[in-house]
Design a protein around this ligand. Structure first.
Ligand SMILES: [Zn+2]
Length: 334
């Protein structure tokens, strides 16, 4: 019911927080869900976490689709040498020679900066580094790329997959985070935190699993953005009901602090998707509709000019630090 007093699940403030109605627009069921935005920390959160959350992740849900990667041992060897130089500043001479044969690939996950840049901002110093990717689905593009680069301690975890998986050096465990033991030097949450019910528990468990000088990378959508202000309930990243939390910069910082961690770097990561996806929602076209630009990329839904504007707007909000997506680098409090 609207106008109920609600308790913020991040800062515990109980109040008459303003409410919003999110609409299921990935698969287009158009089921409605109430969200509220905390008066205190501005975290936008679903009012009641659905009991049947799993049913909103059908088998063709994008992160759960199993992908097969092609292996090419010679190319992989050369890539490993090139990455060794790029990440650790080693093997300069061989890298210079190899650069004539193979271009440095841009392992872009879903944004313009590549893995090398992410690794250079973290605490990784050698190939023994231990990686954990939380909420990665059946297959982690991130871990697969790290495997090609020569890393070998590569773990993913996701409670929603059918069973444990192994692709080469990458091991993906069907497990809850609470059941995982060990220590990791780089823990990543690539657009998975917003899907998880218990935010405080998840971050405190990630903190426990982080090595002393380790780095936690969290990539999330944020309401501290131009797109939230412009589109509100039509914002594509609201993704009701799968996105249970749309953090503000204040609320994510609070969550991190509560686990004795600190943010040491933030990168804005807006992409054209947050603009064209939201424009689609405004036109009542869901993401997997046959007309959807997200699916086809070659349709007539948007003009060339509009598509170019979406890219320009993404660049602009990144410049102004008003992006709808951010990447946070986090470490233990010193
Ligand atoms: Zn709050």
């Amino acid at each position: 019911m609207k106008n109920d007093k609600r308790i913020c699940r991040i800062c515990d403030t109980q109040d008459f927080h303003p409410t919003y109605t999110g609409c299921e627009m990935m698969f287009g069921t158009r089921e409605l869900f109430e969200y509220f935005q905390c008066n205190q920390c501005q975290c936008l959160q679903i009012s009641d976490i659905p009991l049947n959350l799993g049913s909103y992740y059908p088998n063709d849900y994008y992160s759960l689709v199993q992908k097969k990667e092609k292996e090419n041992p010679i190319k992989n060897f050369i890539l490993k040498q090139r990455f060794r130089n790029a990440i650790f500043d080693k093997g300069y001479k061989i890298n210079k020679i190899l650069s004539y044969f193979i271009a440095m690939p841009e392992f872009i996950i879903d944004y313009k900066h590549n893995i090398v840049n992410l690794l250079k901002s973290s605490s990784i110093t050698n190939y023994d580094a231990r990686f954990l990717d939380i909420g990665c689905g059946h297959s982690s593009a991130w871990l697969n790329a790290l495997s090609v680069m020569g890393f070998k301690n590569l773990f993913g975890i996701d409670p929603y997959i059918g069973k444990d998986k192994k692709h080469g050096k990458v091991k993906i465990l069907k497990k809850d985070l609470i059941d995982l033991e060990g220590e990791f030097d780089l823990i990543t949450m690539h657009h998975s935190l917003e899907h998880i019910s218990d935010q405080k528990l998840t971050i405190s468990l990630a903190s426990k699993l982080l090595s002393k000088n380790g780095t936690l990378i969290i990539r999330i959508p944020t309401v501290s953005s131009y797109v939230w202000e412009k589109y509100k309930e039509k914002w594509v990243e609201m993704d009701a009901p799968r996105h249970l939390y749309l953090h503000s910069k204040t609320s994510i910082e609070l969550l991190i602090k509560q686990a004795d961690l600190e943010i040491f770097r933030e990168i804005p990561e807006a992409i054209d998707f947050e603009f064209y996806g939201s424009e689609q929602y405004k036109r009542n076209i869901h993401l997997t509709d046959s007309q959807s630009h997200w699916l086809t990329r070659d349709n007539l839904l948007f003009s060339e000019e509009e598509l170019s504007d979406f890219n320009k707007m993404a660049d602009e909000v990144n410049r102004k630090n008003e992006a709808g997506r951010i990447c946070l680098f986090i470490r233990k409090k010193s």
